[in-house]
Design a binder for this molecule. Sequence first.
Ligand code: NDP
Length: 249
Amino acid sequence: MNYDTLILICKLWAGLGLLTFVLLQFVNPPYGRHSSTSWGPMIGNKAGWVIMELPSFLIMLYFLVSNGKINYSGFLMGLWVLHYFNRSFVFPLRTRTSGKKMPLIIALSAILFNGMNAGLNGYYLKHWGDALGPGFDSTLFWLGLPLFLFGAFVNLKSDQLLINLRKPGETGYKIPKGFLFDLVSCPNYLGEILQWTGFFVMAWNLPALSFLVWTLANLLPRAKAHHLWYKTKFSEYPKNRKVVFPWVW
Ligand code: NDP
């Protein structure tokens, strides 16, 4: 594939992300607390997470290995692989969702989503990431890296606090408290958004931007749905807690 073709695909892909953002104002992807049996065959929740996220891990690992150099692109690929190692293996193993299911269609659509994002980003980084990227001595790198790492910390810590709300064997929901949960309903999504914003700043290319667009398209409507769900389910839910951006929304 040449550079112009890849850039065209990224623009179309980002455009589809924006359309999805509009669609998700009306449809709640049925997994987790919004799960529904009316979306066809169901699969186990943990297996679903592994199936959904594994393509992203494997595809970027392939590009990392075939890149074969410890250069700027290799560093960015390494960050991606680490994130998706956690998301594909550690996160599903740690979740306390025994007996819970998700529709197979969700897992299959996520395979497409993850495959496209990892494929576009990996291909670009391998072929043009070093020649066209900002490089280790750029301001963009030193702005993006702390943002990525801070986002990863917020995401991991928030997911851990959410998972630990349940004792082993429990499946219900509680009001999360402490850390950034005192400010927003979904700090795990805030962390994820900061992470991929930082990645885009470091990579400074269209594939990374299109992934950020998709991350926002997925997580902003879902954060709003979670926030409204908490307010409906718990009458004592803190009134001053925002959706995902502290003090703002
Ligand atoms: P949720 O916050 O809905 O759930 C995270 C885990 O915590 C689940 O195991 C959930 O159980 C449990 N949990 C959540 N809230 C409570 C509560 N109040 N009481 C008890 N247990 C709770 O996150 P998602 O499942 O939507 O996403 C998981 C991760 O994947 C996040 O870090 C997110 O950022 C990331 N992600 C990234 C996307 C992207 O586009 N880059 C898209 C989607 C997710 P249960 O499953 O039973 O609800």
